[in-house]
Design a protein around this ligand. Structure first.
Ligand code: IVH
Length: 750
């Protein structure tokens, strides 16, 4: 290709680097939008783009229409028809710090001097942009953003998304309107969806053992998705709308394109209108009148970004007044009336120093990565990351000594995405899974044929398993015993002194006495490195009394631990079952078992078939239960708990069952309630016979909505369901559905 004389003036290193960056960015963009599998993190992509733009700022002659800086992201899929948008879908400029945001705001102020205007703050939903065309209130086309001008026709798939109405809910629809929105998958739905795929893979692996033995072809395994965005993008562009329908996709509106037959003055008012038409609009939006207000919004969601039910990658700030948006206009790629504030990345790179193997409460051996030094991800320092099992280590392709990309989302344990191969120097080494449990020396082995997870079989005596079970028992999912955290579990099972710990297993947990606890001493470890802490003065390891104060008396927390354990004896049966750490029996299965059998002895006496026939239990869990109850020492634990006064049955289970006034009702709980945690509210409802589900549909009888209820609330309103606030919820529990309906909003007659 012939060079333009002007571009030839660009110094060779800049020109070469620009070309290299352009090539790399194009490739990443193709993978990101086309194949839905990002090859690098968003933060790395942004960094490359900024480097490219910095070169272009120095040499504007490099800015050609082909430069990645001039293209709106998005590629087209081969199997879908193409659609030309009536109005172009623009992208957004980014601000990564206060200076960049201020510079944008100053420009707006300059251009709009003397005018009154407001900023509309919205969350930047990490999903896929769609353009929905409604003619006379009917959805005639749905398309992806694609190149910004031309997108993929996804009408059939969009019609399977419950949030996208086929008809606008108005008697007076406009002649035409293009609705812009983001299709996404909620974090919870993504996790459930991926867990479903993983469970299906487990089933296929088991099946494959049989197939291979018979000399038949094994079943292919599903590939797990790496994040909600890729899952949503993949789901939306599937060939078969039925397959899309099976994915829990959501949508939120964030703009209007072409329109005929109606006028709007402000974007925020437009949302009210769209909401009234039955389109889902975000509840988090806020209109503020200064950039200080914008910064408050940004700071708030920076801290609370994981309390939103979907992933967000920033905040979008828009000038609210439509006429002024027009005045500010747009470049070829981005509007000047809006900007995206990007939060610091939730991904980072670190050096993988070693891989250790932890033994879990059911004996599972889980490799985890230890970084040479902690790295900052999403505001917290991270040094460990889970690697799940040896196959995952292999699949991720990481070697010891690699520089690796880590990702952290919310409360989830950070995970390694993969190595940065270009930084290898040849000294990296492959990880070899150990053959023996490092805490008790037992040989690690799979639980059953075809199981990829290796386990320590020494459930009874392995110190790691005992410690982990005790810590789990005290945790929120099980008995929720305050003051029985991980370190207390270590102190109770592996103290430095005395030589014999007070607990040999969980059997005696409810018989602990102050006298047993006072002499316990532990080694203080650095939480970051888990190495023993050294006393700066004496140079010796720090050893402290865990339960006694300096005077040798019990600490306050010691007494409250014992009180809390006493109270935990009366926890609902499901929590008691969960606390036993039976393999495969988590809180959900425990609930199902408690509901059906109402008594631990009846569960112990049930046959595998009876257990498997229980709704929510199934054959895998039934087999694990039968195996668990077959061990005498497990039965001893139950007898010790019984003798200590632990309630092992639901009240009234013997003669008549507890009344179930909410039997047959389906209830969704969303938002923050004043008197109940989400789990507590669920438990209370289930106890009275209600079914509690995660998503709102026509079949939902009540939606209990606390503060910040999010999109489930919108959906409930849209479907005109009965919505209960804190007081209404209390009425439902105390007086039943009739009385609750009378206080619900909206009333069903509305
Ligand atoms: S406004 C001209 N608002 O982010 C205005 N976009 O990086 C363009 N996005 O293409 C869009 N949440 O797909 C807007 N609240 C929000 C958004 C949002 C997510 C996406 C959208 C856009 C991309 C730009």
């Amino acid at each position: 290709m012939e060079e333009s004389p002007v571009a030839a003036d660009v110094p060779e290193p800049d020109r070469a680097r620009h070309a290299e960056l352009a090539r790399e960015l194009e490739e990443h963009r193709r993978r990101y939008y086309g194949d839905d599998a990002a090859s690098i993190s968003d933060a790395e992509f942004d960094a490359l783009m900024r480097e490219l733009m910095a070169i272009e700022e120095r040499h504007p002659e490099l800015v050609t229409p082909e430069s990645p800086s001039q293209k709106v992201g998005g590629a087209l899929s081969e199997h879908l028809a193409k659609v030309t948008h009536l109005e172009r879908l623009l992208s957004l400029d980014n601000a990564f710090n206060d200076e960049e945001l201020d510079a944008w705001a100053e420009r707006v102020e300059r251009e709009l001097a003397g005018q009154e205007y407001h900023f509309l703050c919205e969350l930047k939903i990490d999903g896929l942009a769609v353009n929905l065309t409604y003619e006379h209130g009917r959805l005639v086309r749905a398309a992806t953003r694609g190149t910004g001008r031309v997108g993929d026709d996804i009408t059939a798939n969009a019609l399977t998304i419950a949030d996208i109405p086929q008809r606008l809910a108005t008697d007076d629809p406009p002649e035409l309107v293009e609705i812009r929105g983001e299709v996404y998958m909620s974090t919870a739905d993504f996790e459930r969806f991926n867990a479903g795929l993983a469970a299906e893979n487990d089933r296929r692996r088991e099946e494959n053992v049989r197939l291979l033995a018979e000399g038949r072809r094994p079943l292919a395994l599903e590939t797990l998705y790496s994040n909600p965005r890729n899952t949503a993008a993949g789901s939306l562009r599937m060939k078969d709308p039925q397959a899309t329908a099976a994915r829990p996709l959501r949508m939120l509106v964030h703009g209007i394109g072409a329109r005929k037959g109606f006028d709007i003055d402000c974007q925020s008012h437009a949302y009210q209108l769209l909401h009234a038409w039955g389109l889902p609009t975000a509840t988090h939006n806020r209109v503020v009148d200064s950039i200080a207000g914008v910064k408050e919004f940004i700071a708030h969601y920076g801290e609370h970004r994981h309390s939103v039910d979907h992933e967000i990658d920033g905040v979008v700030v828009k000038v609210d007044e439509i006429a002024l948006q027009g005045r500010l206009s747009a470049t070829s790629k981005v509007p000047r009336w809006a900007i995206a504030w990007k939060y610091p990345p939730e991904e980072a790179v670190g050096k993988l120093e070693r891989i250790e193997v932890g033994i879990g409460r059911t004996g599972r051996a889980t490799p985890y990565a230890v970084l040479a030094a902690p790295v900052l991800i999403a505001g917290s320092m991270v040094q460990y990351a889970t690697l799940h099992n040896q196959e995952v280590v292999k699949a991720k392709g990481v070697l010891l000594g690699d520089t690796v990309v880590l990702r952290k989302a919310g409360e989830v344990i950070p995970e390694i995405l993969g190595p940065v191969e270009s930084l290898r120097d040849g000294t990296e080494q492959a990880f070899v899974m150990p053959t023996h449990c490092h805490e008790c020396g037992s040989e690690l082995r799979p639980m059953s044929e075809g199981d990829i997870d290796l386990r320590c079989p020494n459930a009874r005596y392995c110190p790691a398993q005992i410690r982990e079970r005790i810590a789990y028992l005290g945790g929120r999912a099980a008995l929720d015993v305050e003051d029985l955290g991980y370190v207390a579990a270590v102190a109770l099972t592996q103290p430095l002194e005395p030589a014999t710990p007070p607990l040999a297993d969980e059997g005696d947990i409810f018989n602990l006495t102050v006298e047993q606890l006072l002499p316990i001493k532990v080694l203080i470890r650095d939480p970051k490195t888990s190495l023993p802490k050294i006393d700066e003065v004496t140079g010796e390891q720090k050893i402290v009394s865990f339960f006694a104060n300096l005077k040798g008396e019990p600490k306050k927390t010691t007494l409250s631990l014992l009180e809390n354990l006493e109270a935990a004896k009366q926890r609902p049966l499901a929590r008691i079952i969960t606390a036993l750490s039976i393999r495969r029996v988590g809180p959900v299965a425990a609930q199902a078992l408690a509901r059906e059998f109402r008594d631990l002895d009846r569960i112990a006496a049930a046959s595998e078939e009876e257990l498997a026939a229980t709704e929510g239990v199934g054959p895998g869990i039934a087999a694990a239960l039968v195996q668990w109850f077959a061990e005498d020492w497990h039965r001893d634990i139950i007898e010790k708990w019984r003798a200590a006064g632990v309630r092992l049955a639901e009240e009234g289970s013997d003669e008549e069952q507890a009344p179930r006034p909410l039997e047959g009702l389906t209830v969704v709980v969303t938002g923050t309630l004043t008197d109940y945690t989400r789990d507590g509210a669920k438990e209370a409802l289930q106890h009275l016979g209600a079914k509690v589900t995660g998503s709102v549909s026509k079949k939902t009888d009540f939606v209990v909505a606390g503060d910040n209820p999010g999109s489930k609330y919108d959906k409930a309103m849209q479907l005109k369901l009965a919505v209960l606030d804190d007081d209404g919820f209390a009425v439902l529990l105390a007086q039943g559905p009739e009385a609750a309906r009378a206080v619900a909003a909206p009333t069903p007659e509305d």
